[in-house]
Structures are given as C-alpha cells and as structure tokens.
Design a protein around this ligand. Structure first.
Ligand SMILES: Cc1cc2nc3c(=O)[nH]c(=O)nc-3n(C[C@H](O)[C@H](O)[C@H](O)COP(=O)(O)OP(=O)(O)OC[C@H]3O[C@@H](n4cnc5c(N)ncnc54)[C@H](O)[C@@H]3O)c2cc1C
Length: 465
C-alpha cells in the first residue's frame, strides 16, 4: 500500500466516521499489533485502526477499503492462537471491541442476540442471570469476543455435549467485503430455506466477511456437576470406558479429558499427594452435568464403582465437594502453566480418529526420535472430540520448532487427521493446510473466496491466501 493510497483511505474513513473511531500512527496501541502468539513488526504496520460502534460503521469502513483495494484485518479479543488477527502491511484494522451489546435474550426461543464484540464471559453471565447456559467455554473467556469465537469456530471443554461454536449459532449478521450487509438473525432451529449461508462465515477467520451480530443457542442450566479422575492400565480400557460412559451417562456426559502419563506426571509434580499415583498408562477426567443433583450424584458414583469393579478403571477418585472438583480440574488445567515452564517447546492442536489417538502418539514420538533421540511428547486431549493437544520438547538449540512441525504435521497427514482441531489456520498453519484438505477442497475454497471477496481485501495472507 503506497503512502498516497494510505492517505486516501484514511481520508475516506475520516469523512464517514466520527474522529474517535479512526486512529493512525502512534495512536494505535501496541496491543492491536498481534494476537496471543503472533506479533507483527513495523514492516507490517497498519495504516489505521477503526473502532466501529454499529453495523453501519462497519459497512462504511468496508466500502472505503473495497473502493481502494485496501487490506482489512478484523479483530475481536485477539486471543487467537494462530496469528489470524495479526496486522498485515498497510491494513485497516477493524476492531469490534466497541460493539459489545447484549441486545436480547429470548427465554422462549432459548436464544441470545449479541453484537460481535461482546465477550464470551459477558454472554455466559447474561445467560446465567436468566437461569440458562451458553455452553461454550474456553480459557480466554474474559477477553475473547463472540465474533472471534464464531470466526475460529472455537471448541473447548464441552464440545462432547454441546458441539463446537458452529452448533451454537442460529443466526448471523455479516458485512461483506464491498460493504453489503447480510442480516440473517434467524432464531429457529429448523430453517431449510435453501443454503444455510451462516456456515460460510463460521470458521472463516475473517476472510469472507465481518461478523457484526449473532443469535446464539442457550440451554437449561445444569444444577449439579459430578467429576471423577480415573486411571487406566491401557488405552483399550480408555476406549471401552468412553463407550460405556456415552451409553450410561447418556445426555449428561459433559467432559472426557484424557491425559497421558507424561502430562499427568508433570501436572501432578510438586503436589504433596497427587489424587492418584503417577505411572498408569492413561488418566481421564470425566464430568457429567445434570438437573437433579441427588439422583445424578448417586448414578454417577454407581457408574464409576461398577467400572472399577469390572476392572475397566484401575483406580478412581470421585470429587465430593466443589473444592475437590476444582482440585481435579486444576491438574488438567496445568496445560497453560506447562506451556510456560517447559519452554522451549512446540505446541500442537490436531485431530486424529478417536480410536487411533494413542497409536498415533506413539508413532509420532518414534518418528521425532529418529531425528531427536531426546524428543519428549507431553499430551492431553478432548478424547471424544478426537482432539489431541501435544507439546514436543527436544534438547537441540536453537530450538528447531519448524523442523518439529514438519515431522508432526507429516505424521498427521499420514494418519488422515486434521492439522487444526480447534484453533484454525491463521498464518502459523498455512504451510500445512494441504496436508488435511484435498486439492479439490482447496480449489472450492478459492472459488468461494473469489465470489465473496473478488478484490481479496479481507484478511489477506491468512488461511490459504
Ligand atoms: C488462554 C486461551 C485458551 C484458549 N482455549 C481455547 C479452547 O479451548 N478451544 C478453542 O477452540 N480455542 C481456544 N483458544 C483460541 C481461540 O481461538 C480464541 O480464544 C477465540 O475463539 C478467539 O476469539 P478472539 O475474539 O480473541 O479472536 P481474534 O484473536 O481477535 O481473532 C481470531 C480470528 O477471527 C477473525 N475475527 C475476529 N473477529 C471477527 C469478526 N467479528 N468477523 C470476522 N472475523 C473476525 C480474526 O481476523 C482472526 O482471524 C484459546 C485462547 C487462549 C488465549
């Protein structure tokens, strides 16, 4: 983007928007220069940051950018983990942070209608105040925005029961690259009136349009939670236990978090008395949520007891209080802490068919050790969602992160898995996208992109562009 074009674009934006909604140069705070993992340098400096308050503001911004072919980078809470929201050179940043309204909660339809900049936590709290549940829950809840959740199709811990963000969205309002506003704030569960266009924008990482409003599904609020930590002698027992849990806990099963022994050993290290000793082949944190606390607790306890009696589960601890529940989850939630303490490491979020997940991990570790005999894998995952999170450490310095990625993603390709389970592609995983999508799928994505954004202004350089 030349200086002249940058000036023309900024002038155009300033003519249409109030002065406080357009910032340039040093008035753009450093926090807009990247997401959780990717920081853009001065060579990728944006020409302007815009802070629209309404859908009409977003449409005006896009009309100007479209007319001049100026790149646009949508930004939510910037908690993304793949660099999708990081600025590209000469871009106009569109931050949705001033569009935070919770517009309507409809208890009969069981929906909530919000602006895209509302934080996930604000939506959870609004639902909770009406004795309802918005079930999406991820670590970045206080900062991430609904528009960002939708654009990355965020997952999290409760996908097993409620699905990904895609399953929670009933309606969307989107501004297209040329400024056209498509309002489709559908509240009905059934609506087969031809193409369900919202799905184009869910998980599109800001490359097809800017999400401005959404209608989300709400659910009955669970009144009780039952949690247990279980240990297993082998992975066949884990898979059998998952099948049994699905059958016996039916609709109430809400989490089935698998931890490999390497993860458990690190996570429980430093605790004077881990709830279950280290050394088992696998550990599972299992949780069920229901609306009849006494009956649910008895049913859950009976379910765990019978799995121990049948020697499916080698050892188990049942949480008997909120404090004990928190203590069990604290082990699983050590993942965030381990990312910091085990540095340098390579961090992976991939999908592998559920029944093959341990065989994959062993094969991938063996492949890594062909190059780095010191390679260690520290793994955990949402087993029922086929989602494996893996940290890889090796002794070599400087740390060969990209060479490790080449090995792991090639293994994922060979096992027919997905290089991105829930974090998206952004810039970080772009080189590997063809490992998980066929040439025909990629060609069709490009047709869709060209149809919706013929000038290629929306989030250029991201996903596959
Ligand atoms: C501590 C932590 C825990 C996390 N845990 C999980 C987890 O368990 N599961 C999971 O799936 N993810 C997880 N994530 C990553 C997750 O993708 C993000 O946290 C969240 O969904 C992104 O929302 P955001 O508003 O921060 O988006 P941003 O980072 O601002 O943007 C993400 C992408 O969406 C685009 N975008 C943003 N807003 C819009 C919009 N309105 N219209 C169009 N495009 C837009 C951006 O251009 C970018 O490509 C975690 C992140 C952190 C930091």
């Amino acid at each position: 983007v030349s200086d002249t074009l940058a000036h023309t674009v900024v002038d155009g934006l300033r003519r249409l928007l109030p002065a406080d909604l357009v910032r340039v140069g040093a008035d753009i705070e450093p926090r807009y220069f990247g997401d959780w993992v990717v920081r853009s340098g001065q060579e990728d400096a944006p020409v302007a940051l815009t802070l629209p308050r309404t859908t009409a503001d977003v449409a005006a911004i896009l009309r100007v950018c479209h007319a001049h072919g100026a790149p646009v980078v949508p930004q939510g809470g910037l908690t993304g983990l793949t660099g999708g929201g990081a600025p590209v050179a000469g871009a106009v940043l569109v931050s949705l942070e001033r569009m935070r309204a919770v517009e309507e909660l409809d208890p009969v339809a069981s929906t909530i209608t919000v602006q895209a900049g509302a934080t996930l936590q604000a939506v959870q709290e609004a639902a909770d105040a009406a004795d309802l549940l918005y079930p999406l829950d991820i670590g970045g809840r206080g900062s991430c925005a609904i528009g960002g959740n939708i654009s990355t199709n965020a997952g999290g811990n409760r996908v097993l029961r409620y699905g990904m963000t895609r399953d929670l969205v009933l309606g969307l309002e989107v501004v297209l690259a040329d400024g056209t506003v498509v309002t489709s704030l559908n509240k009905m569960l059934k609506n087969n009136a031809a193409y369900d266009l919202k799905h184009l924008f869910i998980g599109a990482e800001g490359t097809l349009g800017i999400v401005t409003r959404a209608v989300l599904r709400l659910f009955p609020k669970p009144l009780g939670t039952d949690t247990a930590l279980c240990a297993f002698r082998d992975f066949d027992a884990v898979y059998a236990f998952l099948r049994r849990a699905r059958a016996k806990l039916a609709g109430s099963l809400s989490a089935f978090e698998l931890m490999w022994p390497s993860f458990y050993a690190h996570a429980a290290a430093g605790r004077s008395a881990p709830p279950i000793p280290a050394g088992y082949a696998a550990y599972v944190l299992i949780e069920a949520m229901g609306t009849d606390p006494e009956r649910d607790a008895a049913h859950f306890a009976g379910f765990i007891e019978s799995a121990v009696e049948d020697e499916l589960v080698a050892d188990a601890v049942l949480a008997k209080s909120i404090a004990e529940t928190r203590a069990l989850w604290a082990i699983r939630d050590m993942s965030g802490e381990l990312v910091r303490t085990l540095q340098p490491l390579a961090n992976f979020d991939v999908s592998i068919e559920t029944g093959q997940i341990d065989a994959f991990e062993r094969a991938c570790r063996a492949r890594l050790r062909e190059t780095w005999p010191s390679a260690e894998t520290i793994c955990f995952g949402h087993l029922a969602d086929s989602n494996l999170h893996m940290f890889v450490t090796v002794d070599e310095r400087p740390f060969p992160e990209h060479a490790i990625e080449d090995v792991v993603y090639a293994s994922v390709r060979d096992w027919g898995g997905s290089i991105s389970a829930e974090h998206g592609i952004g810039v970080i995983k772009k080189p590997y996208l063809a490992y998980s999508r066929t040439p025909e799928e990629l060609a069709l994505m490009k047709v869709v992109k060209a149809a919706l954004d013929p000038r290629g202004i929306l989030n250029p350089g991201k996903v596959f562009q």
